[in-house]
Ligand binder design. Structure first.
Ligand code: HEC
Ligand code: HEC
Length: 498
């Protein structure tokens, strides 16, 4: 069954090891001063690979897999030959790709996005050139590397822009025609309502995790503007099993108008991982009465392993009183998982990760030169004595746990992570972090409270004036909970009001 996740039993060690190896390294070919290569090594290589082959250990932990640029196949294109223009690539970088761990990089300056687009293209050309060169050599047609690069450059140059025409109004007639075409050309893969692969559909199980998702819920890799949808229809998605439609321009326009009507206005951008600045108001005190007036901020979550029913959002409420920071996180979770189950090795949990510098690695848990401080809570701690007992006499078998009714205890901790298991330390003494949690009616609420001042050097110090980058992770013990199956946010900016 292709939706089953075969890595359920991956030990934590594997995951931590993965993060160790994930520290981006400079691309060997990166000429000094090459801005694109430098940015790529810093922000992208951890997932897409130093040479663009996406063969990193982190990439193995992600579904869908990061794009292997060396293969020269992209999804979001606006050209007749299926190659992205620089504008296509920059648009992808600006928005990220919702429904995957490709985050939005809109916080980088425009010139940097352009430089990154150039680097992605260079890697694609390099990959293609090497393949051309290999084939030529194997078939005894001598060729220089420069010749191979020239051929690859020409092959991968974006072709003419696809004409999609102006948007067609959503009249009853156009919608009816679009619906007819949709049923004929699209429903077989997308279901009659666009909510994803129809039951029983025969789908390639190549492990890339790229089946049609519920695009009506906003799980669109690209934008949901009329023009973007028209381009997906006319160009298809060359990097996925999404073929270009064989339709006339007029038919494609009716279909686009119908397609747009399936996607609610608010679904567009709903899952986009834009970096947000969270301003934390200062209250006279952190009592209930004062907190009642605070706003909740919605932060989209991206599961590292795609599943349509993964928790997709987290609600954050934040305040401080000049001495303590108070953060409340709320997220949906249909079941409370605080004991070992046949499918879970960790149970439900939540973590807040603070960068201890301004230039953190992306989703990885720190690296020796860029450490992070993680505040974490797990409903079930399999590492404690009680947790071990629970693994031997699992609660789901209805057995009474011996040892005087010891139950696995929830665990809150503040950790300093530098990416490696050995650099994982509990920080502070006497646990200055207070965590309170509650599960009710399919929803977890967790409140974290800590002094603004750090008690140890490897804890985040929130008294300093500078804004701090922070990110979140949620574990759902009900399904596939090996440590790598969490859902994460991108880095956001925490700013305390004076
Ligand atoms: C956390 C891992 C991760 C990081 C870091 C990351 N990406 Fe991605 N990226 C992905 C994934 C996963 C996909 C594939 C999404 C899909 O195919 O649906 C992807 C896809 C892409 C694509 C393909 C677009 C298309 O049209 O198919 C481009 C281009 C891209 N990333 C560029 C970048 C660049 C440039 C950076 C650095 C600024 C970067 N990515 C950083 C995970 C990552
Ligand atoms: C052979 C199966 C197949 C057919 C036929 C097909 N699609 Fe798709 N479509 C896919 C797959 C697979 C994806 C997901 C690609 C990915 O994200 O990796 C997709 C993605 C999409 C998306 C999401 C685009 C985005 O930005 O993520 C839209 C919209 C869409 N298809 C519309 C259509 C329409 C309209 C038709 C009919 C003309 C159609 N598709 C026909 C397989 C198909």
């Amino acid at each position: 069954m292709m939706r089953g996740i075969p890595l359920r039993s991956w030990p934590l060690a594997t995951f931590l090891l993965a993060i160790t190896c994930a520290t981006p390294e400079a691309t060997p070919s990166a000429a000094a001063g090459d801005r694109g290569a430098e940015l790529y090594a810093r922000h992208c290589a951890v997932c897409h690979g130093p040479t663009g082959d996406a063969d990193t250990v982190v990439a193995q932990l992600l579904r869908p897999r990061p794009n292997a640029f060396r293969h020269g196949l992209f999804k979001l294109v606006s050209t007749a030959n299926g190659m992205p223009t620089d504008d296509d690539l920059v648009a992808t970088l600006r928005r990220g790709m919702p429904g995957s761990t490709m985050m939005a990089y809109d916080w980088l300056p425009e010139a940097d996005l352009q430089a990154l687009a150039g680097e992605v293209r260079r890697l694609a050309v390099q990959g293609r050139a090497e393949s051309i060169h290999r084939t030529a050599t194997a078939t005894s047609r001598p060729m220089t590397s420069d010749q191979a690069v020239a051929i690859a450059t020409a092959e991968l140059a974006p072709g003419p822009a696809l004409d999609v025409g102006p948007p067609l109004p959503a009249t009853a007639e156009n919608l009816a025609e679009g619906e007819r075409l949709y049923g004929q050309h699209c429903a077989g893969c997308h279901g009659s309502d666009g909510r994803g692969l129809p039951a029983g559909a025969d789908w390639p199980t190549d492990g890339t995790w790229l089946w049609p998702r519920d695009f009506t819920a906003g799980y669109l890799r690209g934008d949901a503007t009329w023009r973007d949808l028209a381009l997906r229809i006319r160009a298809g998605m060359p990097g996925a099993h999404m073929p270009p439609a064989r339709l006339s321009l007029e038919e494609a326009r009716s279909l686009t108008t119908y397609l747009k009507s399936l996607i609610a206005e608010e679904a567009s951008g709903h899952h986009t991982q834009w970096r947000r600045t969270v301003r934390v108001p200062r209250l006279a005190d952190l009592g209930e009465a004062h907190r009642a007036r605070l706003d909740r901020i919605r932060l989209p979550l991206a599961p590292l392993w795609w599943r349509q029913d993964a928790c997709s959002e987290l609600w954050l409420t934040a305040a401080h009183d000049g001495t303590n920071l108070w953060l409340r996180l709320e997220w949906d979770d249909a079941t409370r998982d605080d004991a070992a189950t046949p499918t879970s090795t960790i149970g439900d949990g939540v973590a807040i990760q603070f960068a201890l510098g301004n230039d953190p690695p992306l989703v990885a848990m720190g690296s020796p030169d860029r450490p992070v401080n993680v505040w974490r809570w797990h409903a079930y701690d399999p590492k404690g004595l009680a947790g071990m007992v629970d693994l031997i006499a699992p609660a789901h078998l209805g057995l009474d746990v011996p040892l005087g009714g010891v139950r696995p205890r929830p665990r809150a901790e503040s950790l300093a992570l530098e990416g490696t298991a050995s650099a994982r330390r509990e920080t502070g003494s006497g646990l200055p972090l207070e965590v309170a949690t509650q599960w009710r009616d399919g929803r977890w609420t967790a409140t974290f409270r800590r002094s603004l001042r750090a008690r140890a050097t490897n804890e985040v110090d929130l008294e300093a004036a500078a804004p701090v980058l922070f990110a979140f992770a949620v574990w759902d013990g009900r399904l596939d909970a090996h440590p790598g199956s969490k859902a994460i946010t991108t880095w956001h900016v925490l700013e305390l009001d004076p």
